[in-house]
Ligand binder design. Sequence first.
Ligand SMILES: NC(=O)C1=CN([C@@H]2O[C@H](COP(=O)(O)OP(=O)(O)OC[C@H]3O[C@@H](n4cnc5c(N)ncnc54)[C@H](OP(=O)(O)O)[C@@H]3O)[C@@H](O)[C@H]2O)C=CC1
Ligand SMILES: CC(=O)N[C@@H](CCC(=O)OP(=O)(O)O)C(=O)O
Length: 324
Amino acid sequence: MSIRVGIVGISGFGGGEALRLIASHPSFELVYAAGESSAGSRLVDRFPGVPAKLAELLIQKWDPAALPPLDVLFASLPTGASADALARVPKDVKVVDIGGDHRYVEGWVYGLADIWPTRIEGQTRIANPGCFPAATLIPLAPLLADGLIEPGNIVMDVKTGISGAGRGGDSKFGYAESNENLIPYGLLKHVHMPEIASTIERLSGGSAAGLVFTPHLVPMTRGILATIYCRGEATTDRCLDAARRFYAERPFVRVTDKPPQTKWASGSNLAFVSYAADPERNLVIAMGVVDNLGKGAAGQAVQNANLMCGLPETAGLDGAPVWP
Ligand SMILES: NC(=O)C1=CN([C@@H]2O[C@H](COP(=O)(O)OP(=O)(O)OC[C@H]3O[C@@H](n4cnc5c(N)ncnc54)[C@H](OP(=O)(O)O)[C@@H]3O)[C@@H](O)[C@H]2O)C=CC1
Ligand SMILES: CC(=O)N[C@@H](CCC(=O)OP(=O)(O)O)C(=O)O
């Protein structure tokens, strides 16, 4: 059976990755594409390599009142631009919001699919987590669940590829400024901090008041590496064992002895986690790697849509990462 799917924001980085995944999905059929400045273009005009079956699909001006019959809508709009319009999407259309407007908002389920899959099954409104929350919460969840670290004493040092800023992102992240450069930003007040803190509190039952989160832009296209410093007396083996048990049945999380690298996840919905701990120093280092456009955006969005539709969670997501 084919499930009719739409993408709004298809010309952007998140929407384009959703297009790539949906184009080869066994059950999803892309029947609607929308945007703003790209409206009026055919998909082949924006994506010359798009499969022939989708080439002539015309990008529509985004209007929730003018949707064709749809089962699932992926919204990949700038944060702040989706709330009003998505409120007007008919209730029988399942929506996955890849942007940040509905995380921890009433009426929407927070779609951290690798940790809380059963909360997503059968739902109709899913708020996809941010890319940094995906990279940081997946390695932390097993440690918090087993009480191996203090939730109130966590310091996150995170590196991200430039596509995290989007096509329409801030011009200070252009090639000349980003190539051979490292840029810290958002210190003490990044927009993802409340989402990360709330989820740490849900996972641990304790306060995350001491959270420090510092992202850095690095000159690569895709990928996030989170290096997270925590207080706890566990050994490395104890942390690895907790993660292996926590994710034993989960298809997209790989627990590795070696520190993970961003290329391991490139082009995939995988998350890699690893740990290094020194009980004598009360120190646990947790590491997480995702592709910001994969698990950080469109990959997790398709995973969420699979769960919403009762499909196998891995449908359309079981390809190997891009290497090198
Ligand atoms: N990039 C990433 O790694 C991640 C992004 N996100 C979130 O996903 C969302 C999309 O990000 P990203 O793809 O990077 O952004 P881009 O800037 O690459 O794309 C934005 C898209 O939104 C469309 N758009 C903008 N304004 C409107 C409007 N008023 N009506 C209809 N369409 C509009 C644009 O269409 P057009 O070109 O036609 O104007 C474009 O397709 C954001 O909320 C972002 O924070 C989440 C996780 C990771
Ligand atoms: C490099 C870069 O700029 N990255 C973005 C992350 C985008 C994202 O995930 O934002 P949403 O919460 O809106 O979905 C940032 O730091 O804001």
